[in-house]
Design a protein around this ligand. Sequence first.
Ligand code: F3S
Length: 756
Amino acid sequence: MAFDIDMIKGVYASMGERIEKARELVGRPLTLSEKILYSHLWEGTPSKQFSRGKDYVDFAPDRVACQDATAQMALLQFMHAGKPKVAVPTTVHCDHLIQAKVDAKTDLKRANETSNEVFDFLESVSNKYGIGFWKPGAGIIHQVVLENYAFPGGMMIGTDSHTVNAGGLGMVAIGVGGADAVDVMAGMAWELKFPKLIGVKLTGKLSGWTAPKDVILKVADILTAKGGTGAIIEYFGEGAISMSCTGKGTICNMGAEVGATTSTFGYDESMDRYLRATDRVDVADAALEVKEHLTADEEVYANPEEYFDQLIEINLDTLEPHLNGPFTPDLSTPISKMSEVAKKNDWPLNVEVGLIGSCTNSSYEDISRAASLAKQVSDKNLKTKSKFTITPGSEQVRYTIDRDGFIDTFNSIGATVFANACGPCIGMWDRYGDKAANGPRNTIVHSFNRNFAKRADGNPNTLAFVGSPELVTAIAIAGRLDFNPVTDKLINEDGEEVMLDEPRGYELPPEGFAVEDAGFIAPSEDGSGVQVAVSPTSERLQLLEPFVPITTESLQGVKLLIKAFGKCTTDHISMAGPWLRYRGHLDNIANNTLIGAVNAFNKQTNFVKNQLTGEYGAVPDAQRAYKKEGIKTIVIGDHNYGEGSSREHAAMQPRHLGVAAVLVKSFARIHETNLKKQGMLGLTFANENDYDLIQEDDTFNFIDIADFAPGKQLTLEIVHADGSTDTIMANHTYNQSQIDWFNEGSALNVIKKENA
Ligand code: F3S
């Protein structure tokens, strides 16, 4: 499906020399993660050693993947880069905007009606700029990537946190914000702090009721939801080798739930089998030739404590099936303890729905093992107690499991098969209509990855537990959260006691994968004539105008928009929830700008003084009033301003509305970079106490902005309402290229100029 074998061979051709050089520089054997990182440096062959957890490094990823919700703004920006085509292979996947309600066919039809303008836009931009387009119903981004694009030893970025799923095929695959994706699509370097390394040694072998999912549920228990932050988790050992490639994908997928930068596995035969089964013999052959580069040096796994920052060991022989939850994926309970723990916590034991599938767990192996349990319902004259749903990860998987009779088996227990899309995993499950916010307290079990409050059905009172597809199916059959299929019996329709046999399945389809229409649309060879259609009256999409540079003159008489108090994350600056609908329309989504930030003067949110009228009101309203008068504004912030997601909207929206500068005690680094990319001033107080000098009616003059230079502080005169003044110094971290971004109005304007 248009995977680029020449690109992959090119990566492999230079890997040996780069790894050799890195080994020499580092002075010791290398882990797999280090091999992939050092062989993907922007500079090419490494020239120095990097410090883990400290150095920021420029990388050159091999691929980019975007999902439909995040791709909108990324592509709108890319259109400004002035490039005829993307610089690296890129794909767009329509999966997040499809609501699960009735069944696959009905739901897909409705999504195509309600979101057609977004899908049409994404398709036409993809066609124009050489981007592979996966239409609605083709599947979920990460399953489609694993089936078609992931390759051992590669590096990719994707605009979705579960991009890490591709680690199952031995990649370093990382979730990023749209702005990072735009950089790489436009041919620029991508920056990342060189990660720390966590090794997970898997001994023993999975058997019986235990599945790969239980490995990551156990890792989440050990590391907790933040324990992997800033690190790559590298799995190895006999347990890793004995596992399927798609099982490895499940484990890597949920690395996002422990905050890990990504997770990966060394190349082994399971990857070779998967590549060949998914029609990529060329890639399998190419990988086989360089296999020593696609796993760690032998010495590393023999003495892992010397090479990893942290080491975890899990014995698969004794690992039990787990259920994690509710409300957080790291609250782990072995199934044998669930009866006791659930009673103690007063969790409702009656399970209303069991849901399997999603990007995390919808491999042929997962589905065939779950189907082996569903089949026992009729064989043993049982009755399924809970509702049961399946969201296949791709059309290829759906078609193949249909051909092999598994969908019929699931139908026989009354299952609903939803579209090949995110659906219930991302709150796109219309379970309660408009009554979700006050839904009843109830329990569901699913094989997805996240189980935060409201994540599946919008009901804050739904307790969601995460388990393997096998365990979810068994629990749905039993209808009870505390059902332990390893030891517990069920009563069948004849009143007899029966036990479920252990799940059995196939790693790969014995008859091979099949599909009629995978849902891929290749871009035009020459897209120059393709028109990108965006209706001027659309409320969801808006073509971007290049930002006009902020001039020296406009930085005199700058008004205070808001002095934010305490935590101000990207969610406070650009809220999600219902605003997601406007992710592709900058002016509309700008109506949520800073509405979550707390005003330091009255401790209220979205209630600031408009200095022009003296009246108080919403932040976006005050800002639009200043904009109308051509007055630039400044935002003042506390520590770690802009923490949270890498969402570029948090910088683009203030920029669009006329905010010129953000002056804070300290920044979350990605947000600081995003401000720079959008041609704004991101500054920090040279003296933190100066934050206290800022008053509600202040006006700012950037006295020496004309001399803006790397390493040179800026002087700000603050004029208070009574006419008194204070002069303060501001630090910045702009290098010369970033000052060029400021001078030209944005990083994209600079790229465009270079391409003109
Ligand atoms: Fe979609 Fe859920 Fe995966 S939202 S990309 S199925 S994590």
